[in-house]
Design a binder for this molecule. Structure first.
Ligand SMILES: [Zn+2]
Ligand SMILES: [Zn+2]
Ligand SMILES: [Zn+2]
Length: 159
């Protein structure tokens, strides 16, 4: 997992504001997990989150990790993705524009892409069917042409 020593005070301020609005109490562990989430500019699983804390000698139970993830989902600070596995992937939203994904079904490589003509098309199709688009996400399940052997690679485009 790539963790950058970026300044995430903006994200933490946003977190505090939304926690207050939604009556979540701030605890050191909640803050610490949120801090990790905002520093991880990749798609991650709850298992990876727990493993990363374990490596630093800190214990985070699965129940706690899922509760904080659920809170961050409620506060609209992360997105949940079903990339066709039996576990979910997450990514933080502040600092990242809307994008879609291509996922390799063999090695698990995840690529982000954004295409304005595709966005226009999604809107057109939605309107044509009598809807107004609220949120949307497209995942293309594929196999990569240069699949590395047995290795799961997480790639995230920085915006
Ligand atoms: Zn980021
Ligand atoms: Zn993404
Ligand atoms: Zn692959």
């Amino acid at each position: 997992m790539e963790e950058r020593a970026a300044n995430i005070s903006k994200e933490m301020t946003l977190l505090k504001e939304r926690m207050h609005q939604h009556q979540y109490k701030s605890t050191p562990q909640r803050d610490e997990i949120a801090d990790w989430v905002f520093r991880t500019h990749e798609h991650f699983t709850v298992e990876e989150l727990i493993a990363s804390f374990r490596e630093k000698g800190k214990k985070v139970s699965q129940a706690t990790a899922y509760r904080v993830i659920q809170m961050l989902l409620d506060l609209k600070l992360i997105e949940e993705h079903d990339f066709g596995k039996d576990y979910k992937f997450y990514e933080h939203t502040p600092g990242h524009d809307h994008h879609d994904h291509i996922v390799c079904m063999d090695c698990g490589k995840i690529i982000e892409f954004a295409d304005s003509s595709l966005e226009t098309l999604k809107e057109k199709i939605t309107l044509k069917n009598g809807f107004r688009m609220k949120k949307h996400h497209l995942t293309i399940y594929a196999e990569c042409t240069t699949c590395p052997p047995e290795k799961r690679v997480l790639t995230r485009r920085e915006t």
